[in-house]
Design a protein around this ligand. Sequence first.
Ligand SMILES: [Zn+2]
Length: 222
Amino acid sequence: MAEESTANATWSRMLAGNRRFAEGKPEHPWQDETTRESLIDRQNPDAAVLACSDSRVPPEIVFDAGLGDLFTVRTAGQILDDAVVASLEYAVSKLHVSLLVILGHEGCGAIDMAARELDEMIEATTAEAAGSLEAADAMDDLADRIASADSIMLRTAGISVWQAREAELDAHEDFERVHVAHTIEELVTRSEVIQDALAHDRLMIVGARYQLSTGKVEVLSF
Ligand SMILES: [Zn+2]
């Protein structure tokens, strides 16, 4: 319970920082010499953030945070691999962050790429099949085909795009939102450390999507 309120307080503070940033009134907190010196021997970040590597989406700027505030991991399309999972597990088990934010964003090029690769795979799958029945069978196997694709982006973000389309969510922003949900699900499935922290109320995970056009972070609920 105590951890949950810590996590909620951290998230509120991050959202307040994002409001300052979006309103053009950032305070750039904790970026001075004194803070740097106070952090030489230790770090005690409140939150870990998994975000896209996109140059327009740096979490420290978007949340108007400072040195020692956020433990960040960034990959294109905030996709997971063993290194990402290990880094987030480090934040949870060694740094004891109580909040983990999975942050997607508007206009994500990596999701775009995954959507295009998915289209190409669907086209190739349909073209290979001789008749409509065969095509239907091939489409049934599509999830397996995506999961075993050579392209990492297709295997990770592509599966999210496919899930969104299966739920008749066809807009790019829907792909981005579903991808955040799918990434959380995948992370929890893959990591016993994170499962354990969630089970003991030591960790809260939130999904969010940064809007380039407004500077605001949209909180996602699933
Ligand atoms: Zn992106």
